[in-house]
Design a protein around this ligand. Sequence first.
Ligand code: IVH
Length: 709
Amino acid sequence: MSSGATSPQQRVGELRAQIAHHNERYHTLDDPEIDDAAYDALARELRALEAEQPDLIVPDSPSGQVGGLTSTAFSPVEHRVPMTSLDNAMDRDELRSWADRVVRGLDGETPTFVCELKFDGLAMSIRYENGQFVQAATRGDGRVGEDVTDNVKTIADVPHELTAPGDGTLLSAVPPVVEVRGEVYMRTSAFDRLNARAVEAGERPFVNPRNSAAGSLRQKDATKTAERDLSFWAYQLGEVIDGPEFTSHVDTLNWVGQLGFPINEHVKRFDTIDEVATHCKQWQDERHALDYEIDGVVIKVDDPKQRDILGFTARAPRWAIAYKFPPEERTTTLLDIQVSVGRTGRATPFAVLDPVFVGGSTVGMATLHNREQVAVKDVRPGDLVIVRKAGDVIPEVVGPASQNVRPKGSVAWEFPVDCPGCGVALILPEGAADTRCFNPDCPAKRIQKIAYFAARVGMDIEGLGEQMIEKLVGVGLINDAADLYSLTVEQLIALDRVGATSATNLVDSIQGSKDRPLHKFIRSLGVRHVGPSASQALADTFFTLRDIMSRSVEEMAAVDGVGEVIATTFSQWLAAETNRELIDRFEAAGVNFGDPDAAARAAEAKAAIPQTLEGKAVVVTGSLPGYNREEAALAITSRGGKSPGSVSKKTLALVIGESPGASKLTKAEALGVPIVAADGFEALLATGEVPRAALESHDSEPESERESD
Ligand code: IVH
């Protein structure tokens, strides 16, 4: 939301940083924080500001960027033909303006349009050499993706060997190089089966088919991917050497189909944009009749020659557009309003609904956010309400339906006085938005705390979902996260509906979590304010939890990325008797508390190397020649410097290697942090000064190569 006091320049900086953050959440971490509509709104605002003031555009702005950064687990693959994204049209008018631009670009000629469904999965480029499957790569940032060859090889729809179309025409041979692009997705039926199995095993269910497809592709062990039943639709070609010349996109698709790929049956040609718009509207209404999720319709110009004339912007082809469906809304009866209590004691009201089919699944509960939201929306049990799936993921109650008729004398819903988890009085602290339960022994909080500890981003205990925790707390087997480590297979088997295999797997994953790095453990403790970056900074500085516990508030606060609030809260938390006992029990269980020798080794190294970077923070992004990630960090820390994971005002310089991360670059630019090219790294280490000659000049950088084909 733009505030009146912010200058366009500041706002552009903010937007770039936010977009880069959400790109990372969505594309790299598969864990979006906001829905598509909210993301699109940010991207639009940025584009509008950049269009108004083109001098604010920088070559690396996320507005010209395709999407996520690459995550580190898989090796990078450079796309020989960039994998661009698509621009969106949100309604009929935007679709018409796109068509107008196309017609203008073609000097008044109206093209034939091809409509395809917009599959909600992950874009994939699959490369064949001499007809043999050699590599599969995700889109990544459009230029560099991740190598997921082994995982994609397990998808039955994807041929390992191409079949020559063999119809005796020019198109009959398989070219020496062919890249087929399309969408990896999970059928709704496969998703339902997967979730049924997850629930049975007491695991957290997946949010939607797209997320589970993404998670399945990210498995390090391809046999796991193979169990997930993924599918593929081909819709485009990447690099092709010595291939046939096509005169239409539909012919291209037919040819790709003959090579052995599944081509979706709902591909249709139209001569006018009005027909296209009607077709889009029709799919908007019929989307749920399919056994896979679609979030729109993609419209492409059919003739390759016309595509060449239209070309690309920095971000997307001018010859294609994605018509995005609006979030769906449905009317149903609000049966009840209940309150759930989270890890920190926050009490969140939610709606219990007469189950209604919206956005592809049946919804029986929806969030109402907080006390004030219920009051503002003034929804009451018995009301007819409108339900929407925000970003087609989290259902929410929009408000009373227009046809809602309330009986006379109906009264507004009242927030409960006592915690539904423990019965102790709830408190709304003065000036706060959230009502909380402050009882430290509240079982509802306890369950959520353990779930936070076990979460994927924390100690990553596979198979320990909320339902299983509820069960374990319910029967009194565990009271807190430290109790997890003494659970036995026998105890689990004795529980209702837990088999021997899942019991063994769960105990194995609990025991395996003991070796997580110290920063993950600190973060998993769930101490207020002590999030991932503060945990990392503390672990990197003091090396062991015991050392951290011996430090004063001042010493902790002096760590870059920590500060006074975090240091005070953490210190107080560590000082409490019950928490000390908890920590002792984790230690006795053998949880990794850090390496006590690491501090001595660091001191030794420090004595031998000139401390040129004493007290200075240098952030590295991308790969530097001669260093891997750890070595680059060590080169900095061994000279007395800090190597935090993110850029802040205090950063001395951001060093950029090959394929740098967009979010770091954006942030450095927004904060005016000097950007140093890879060849300036040695000088920086040697002198502790930002080398003048190596400063990256972003203004003189050539236009992105995505600008052309
Ligand atoms: S064509 C240069 N066709 O939508 C054109 N993309 O928002 C590249 N998508 O990255 C894309 N269905 O992951 C194309 N029929 C379809 C599609 C499709 C889904 C995805 C794809 C792309 C994203 C852009």
